[in-house]
Design a protein around this ligand. Structure first.
Ligand code: 5GP
Ligand code: ZN
Length: 114
């Protein structure tokens, strides 16, 4: 997906403040943070949305969650609490169609979300 901005970040073609990466996953700071800590965890491979996940992605989906846990500890929000969100589809607020987990922390969060 040459026109996908998150593919370009994963490939180092456009800059981002990367805080963690491994063979499968890249985590970087959100350009428009909604909390003192706001990170995005993406797979290196292009998957447009949650609706496109299938059984072949089971291990990768787990790796995304484990990366979120790792960076929460790294950023010092593991104990204070943090929120992990994946928006699926425009109705839920998805604007970038390369699957990503939001990891938000550093402030209190209300429930239900808006
Ligand atoms: P969504 O609305 O799809 O759930 O989340 C997309 C997120 O990507 C938004 O929070 C937005 O601020 C962030 N974002 C969009 N473009 C860029 C970019 O070029 N760099 C970074 N670091 N974040 C981006
Ligand atoms: Zn992509």
């Amino acid at each position: 997906m040459t026109e996908c901005i998150f593919c370009k970040i994963a490939q180092g073609e456009i800059p981002a403040e990367i805080v963690y990466e491994n063979e499968d996953v890249v985590v970087f700071r959100d350009l428009n943070p909604q909390a003192p800590i706001h990170l995005l965890a993406i797979p290196r491979v292009h998957i447009a949305s949650m609706n496109d996940l299938d059984n072949a992605h089971a291990a990768l989906a787990g790796k995304l969650l484990l990366a979120a846990k790792t960076v929460a500890a790294q950023e010092g929000i593991a104990d204070s609490g943090y929120r992990v969100v994946m928006n699926c589809g425009e109705g839920a607020g998805q604007t970038v169609f390369h699957i990503h987990l939001h990891i938000l922390g550093g402030r209190p969060f209300s429930w239900p979300p808006g």
